[in-house]
Design a protein around this ligand. Structure first.
Ligand code: IP8
Length: 255
């Protein structure tokens, strides 16, 4: 039986060193796998970003621009799949029942936005107490030929389809900041004034950093699904989020 669904995204900057191509933060991946396993939440969907296992390659091959070479698309997909396999391996070693889902095989986009993503297999996994682990990917696109799909967009799509109760976005910063520090709560109304404070990423990021993340989550909040951005690089916060705590990071909600 499926209960109330939680979707958590672990950013690529938490799992990999974004300043060096194809470089893992293996100790961090192990810690995160243990925290998720320890929290023991089964009605959970995990999504992860690509970090240095996808962004530098997509940039080099111009996959966020006009590059259409199918070989480069394949290489980029294989690299992010490699990160997914390693994360899955650490979750399994921590005693947590997971299975991979690769968006390229179940998603079609139109101008870089999800048009269709099959979620039946996600529902069946959850019904059978298996936690799906999905990732940002390159997918076939009806207009562009292929497009890079961020984990953030995948999070909001899955959260809507499954009517998720909670959405957590684990990044390598403490939340959304203004000049005085972390902003506790953001709503669509307050977001307009703070948009200008948000920037892209300092490292190579073909999907747009904090600004596109916030844009995605504001739309989700308008549809009635709140989300919580927090620092997943700080020990214990993933577990705290999964246990229902809310006194850290930034909450994005409808009003
Ligand atoms: O790291 C990007 O996903 P994100 C996916 O969640 C690729 O933005 C292949 C760069």
């Amino acid at each position: 039986m499926m209960g109330e669904i939680t979707v958590i995204k672990i950013g690529g900057s938490v799992l990999t060193d974004k300043s060096k191509e194809r470089t893992l933060k293996l100790k961090e991946i192990e810690r995160i796998a243990k925290e998720i396993a320890y929290a023991g939440l089964k009605d959970l969907v995990i999504v992860h970003g690509a970090g240095s296992f996808g962004h530098p390659q997509a940039k080099r091959f111009d996959l966020d621009g006009n590059g259409k070479c199918s070989y480069y698309t394949l290489i980029t997909h294989e690299i992010v799949k490699e990160l997914n396999r390693i994360f899955i391996e650490k979750l399994v070693q921590s005693g947590f029942p997971v299975m991979p889902i690769h968006p390229l095989s179940c998603t079609v986009s139109i101008k870089g936005r999800v048009k269709k993503m099959m979620t039946d297999q996600i529902r069946l996994m959850l019904k059978n107490e298996i936690v799906p682990v999905v990732h940002g990917d390159v997918v076939m696109d009806e207009v562009l030929g292929r497009a890079i799909l961020s984990g953030d967009q995948i999070v909001s799509h899955i959260a809507r389809c499954l009517n998720a109760k909670r959405v957590g976005i684990g990044t390598d910063v403490d939340g959304i900041m203004d000049n005085e520090g972390v902003i506790d709560v953001i709503t669509p109304k307050t977001f307009c004034n703070m948009k200008k404070l948000l920037k892209g990423s300092k490292d190579i990021d073909v999907t747009g950093g904090m600004l596109s993340k916030a844009n995605e989550l504001i739309k989700l909040a308008e549809d009635g699904i709140p989300s919580h951005i927090f620092n997943a690089s700080r020990k214990g916060l993933i577990m705290n989020f999964l246990s229902g705590e809310r006194n850290f990071g930034t909450i994005i909600r409808g009003d």
